[in-house]
Design a protein around this ligand. Structure first.
Ligand SMILES: Cc1cc2nc3c(=O)[nH]c(=O)nc-3n(C[C@H](O)[C@H](O)[C@H](O)COP(=O)(O)OP(=O)(O)OC[C@H]3O[C@@H](n4cnc5c(N)ncnc54)[C@H](O)[C@@H]3O)c2cc1C
Ligand SMILES: NC(=O)c1ccc[n+]([C@@H]2O[C@H](COP(=O)([O-])OP(=O)(O)OC[C@H]3O[C@@H](n4cnc5c(N)ncnc54)[C@H](O)[C@@H]3O)[C@@H](O)[C@H]2O)c1
Length: 503
């Protein structure tokens, strides 16, 4: 056991936690503790190693395969001759692994910072013991190191949750932590879960030629989305994958070419490989939080206030371990807030969770921000909605699109947008103007739907015209009425000039 080494700042978790060490914090003595992510126990957290980045690199390769298969519709004859899985995998991790190793070495070698590569647990107030489990740091594997900090940040993320019926079965299975490193593509795969991870991996593997079965206990895939989009996604998924909704595995055993899952409705499904994608639990257990005086919510998230402070003085938390949103852009935002707050205790910044957007990089892609139609109705708004088809704008014609939609939810009385939900190519980018309008309101509040549509140019004939048309299609007061008497300078009685429509 080592003596306790004292730091200005101790960070547990090298994902968004590592990004905390901004230039302003770099002069402080900082310890970063991390036990590694995924099967390689890599430094740098989920997003870099087993989350956002590699999945989207696989998604891109899947889309290339899909484009080749689909080319005939456009008069281009092409044949997908094969998929070199190992080449795809090795290209992706050949790029990611060196970044992870470089990040670890930088933290180990930089002035003022130290990397402790192992599992950390509180052993007292702002004091931790780290069981060193990984090589690559300065501490011997197997040793136990004690560190303490003036401030401690918990950024330990979340891990895949595995239903007991799978965990206890003894049948080999994968999660998002391991499935991207497999050596060979299986012929078939059963995905348990109907959320984001399931939707993205089902797309990747099916586009690369794997026969995919999806089993989810909800009545639709991507159940948390606006119901119209969730239904549209489920309908399209059924055309490509064998989708079992309202279904839960009650027994898992070896069978068929690999695994057999008996479902509660008496049917069964088989596949060569089993992928479990049934949610992620915060890494708040096995951290000794009770010893550190840190309270945890019933759902397992570390309890934080709007500034990121936990119940223990000088201990902060951010990202998946504490946030209501398990998203990297949210974890990054929270890290920026906490970094500021560590340096400016007299003027604390607050987390902004008002308009958190999200996207699902599946086939089709889905994006969402703000209230769903049902949420807006439940909240008592005078709701108006417009669902615009991609196929109704010029770029949608070019794409021969027949299935993609952009839906906006508005408040009839104020004319303001309450939410936007899109399903189709590039929806994660197309939705950004709505995120901006909601998040950066002018002095008179967010622009109305018609102001957003008519107060700016929309490049013609870009796909973004689908959003322009959706906004214009909302049954709200026309732009002229909303802007009547509008006088931005306070001097000019004239109305602002409206720009012409691109449609
Ligand atoms: C397959 C997948 C795809 C995703 N795609 C997207 C996406 O496209 N867009 C998006 O916004 N989000 C995506 N996410 C979610 C995103 O990855 C997470 O929200 C984000 O990475 C959380 O960051 P974090 O810093 O809170 O935690 P993490 O990045 O998970 O970092 C926590 C670190 O702490 C370490 N740790 C935990 N406990 C201890 C301990 N006791 N001692 C030492 N170390 C410990 C862990 O090993 C890990 O390295 C995806 C997630 C998955 C699983
Ligand atoms: N593109 C992105 O932003 C992205 C991508 C991947 C993951 N993530 C983040 O990771 C989080 C976790 O993703 P996830 O897909 O694992 O969780 P999730 O909460 O999105 O979905 C879990 C799904 O599994 C189903 N389920 C749970 N237990 C089941 C059981 N026993 N049998 C059958 N179905 C069961 C649930 O009903 C749900 O449909 C997401 O909430 C998201 O925030 C984000």
């Amino acid at each position: 056991m080592s003596d306790t080494t004292h730091y200005d700042l101790v960070i547990i978790g090298s994902g968004s936690g590592n990004a905390l060490v901004t230039p302003e914090l770099e002069s402080r003595r900082t310890a970063v503790i991390d036990r590694g992510s995924g099967s390689e126990h890599a430094f740098g957290g989920t997003c870099l190693n087993v989350g956002c980045i590699p999945t989207k690199m696989f998604v891109y390769a899947a889309e290339v395969a899909h484009t080749v298969r689909d080319a005939g519709r456009f008069g281009i004859d092409a044949t997908l001759e094969g998929v070199r899985w190992r080449d795809i995998r090795d290209r992706i991790f050949g790029r990611i692994d060196p970044i992870s190793e470089g990040g670890r070495d930088y933290r180990r070698d930089a002035d003022h910072t130290e990397a402790y590569l192992g599992h950390g647990r509180f052993v007292g107030e702002r004091e931790l013991e780290v069981e060193i489990t990984l090589p690559g740091g300065r501490h011997e594997v197997g040793s136990r190191q004690r560190v303490s900090g003036d401030q401690v940040v918990i950024a330990t993320g979340a891990r895949p949750r595995v239903p007991d019926v799978v965990a206890r079965s003894g049948v080999p299975f994968h999660t998002s932590d391991t499935v991207m490193r497999i050596d060979e593509l299986p012929a078939s795969m059963v995905v348990v879960g109907g959320g984001v991870v399931a939707a993205e991996f089902a797309h990747v593997f099916s586009a690369l030629g794997v026969r995919v079965t999806v089993v989810t206990r909800t009545e639709r895939l991507l159940r948390v989305l606006d119901a119209e989009l969730s239904q549209a996604f489920t309908d399209l998924a059924r055309e490509k994958w064998d989708v079992h909704t309202d279904a839960e595995p009650v027994a898992v055993r070896r069978g068929g070419d690999g695994v057999r899952l008996d479902l509660a409705d008496g049917t069964s499904v088989t596949g060569e490989l089993l992928l479990v994608a049934t949610g992620r639990s915060p890494n708040s257990d096995d951290l000794g939080l009770d010893v550190g005086g840190v309270r945890v919510r019933e759902d397992g998230r570390v309890e934080v206030d709007e500034h990121g402070r936990t119940s223990a003085a000088g201990v902060w938390a951010l990202g998946d371990v504490s946030s209501p949103h398990q998203l990297k852009h949210v974890a990054n935002h929270e890290a920026r807030v906490v970094a500021h707050n560590l340096l400016h205790p007299g003027s604390l910044m607050t987390f902004d969770h008002r308009y958190v957007p999200a996207a699902v990089f599946s086939d089709p892609q889905v994006a969402t921000v703000g209230l769903t139609e049902q949420q807006a109705r439940d909240a008592g708004y005078d709701v108006t909605v417009k669902t615009q088809r991609y196929g109704d704008v010029a770029y949608g014609w070019a794409m021969e699109d027949t299935t993609s939609l952009f839906k906006v939810v508005g408040d009839r009385r104020t004319g303001q947008v309450l939410g936007a939900h899109a399903i189709g190519p590039h929806s994660s980018s197309l939705i950004q103007p709505v995120i901006q309008a909601l998040s950066l309101p002018g002095p008179a509040g967010p622009p109305t739907a018609h102001e957003l549509a008519r107060g700016q140019y929309w490049i013609h004939p870009a796909l973004s015209e689908v959003l322009e048309n959706a906004l214009l299609g909302l049954d709200v007061a026309p732009y002229e009425d909303v802007t009547a008497g509008y006088d931005p300078s306070g001097e000019d009685e004239q109305q602002p000039e409206t720009v012409g429509s691109a449609t």
